[in-house]
Design a protein around this ligand. Structure first.
Ligand SMILES: [Zn+2]
Length: 100
C-alpha cells in the first residue's frame, strides 16, 4: 500500500508536497550548488577562474568523480513543517541513544 500524495500550504500560500520523516511531516527543498570536490583555491587562483552558472547561481568546478564531472551537484534537505515538534523529537531520540 502506498501513501497518497498530500500537499500543505505555508502562510504565504506556497504549496509543498508532504514528505514524512520518522512520522513527522515536512517537505524536501532541492537546489544545485557548486561541487566542493573540484574547486582548488591556490594563491592567485580565485573563483573567477571557474565558469559561472547564472541559472543555478553557482560556479562550475573542474569536474571530479564526486559530481560525475559536471562541476556542480544537486543538494536536497528535508525541512519539518513543525520545527518545534521536530526539535523535541530529535532531542528525545538523542537522549534515548545516550542512555543506551
Ligand atoms: Zn566535482
Amino acid at each position: 500500500m502506498t501513501e497518497p500524495v498530500r500537499y500543505r500550504k505555508d502562510r504565504e500560500g506556497k504549496r509543498y508536497r508532504v514528505v514524512l520523516n520518522e512520522g513527522h511531516e515536512g517537505f524536501v527543498t532541492r537546489w544545485t550548488e557548486s561541487c566542493t570536490g573540484c574547486f582548488e583555491f591556490n594563491e592567485g587562483w580565485g573563483l573567477e577562474h571557474y565558469e559561472y552558472d547564472a541559472k543555478h547561481k553557482c560556479r562550475i568546478g573542474a569536474g571530479c568523480s564526486e559530481c560525475g564531472y559536471t562541476g556542480k551537484r544537486r543538494a536536497s534537505f528535508w525541512v519539518p513543517f513543525d520545527m518545534t515538534a521536530w526539535s523535541r523529537y530529535v532531542k528525545a531520540a538523542e537522549e534515548r541513544q545516550a542512555a543506551g
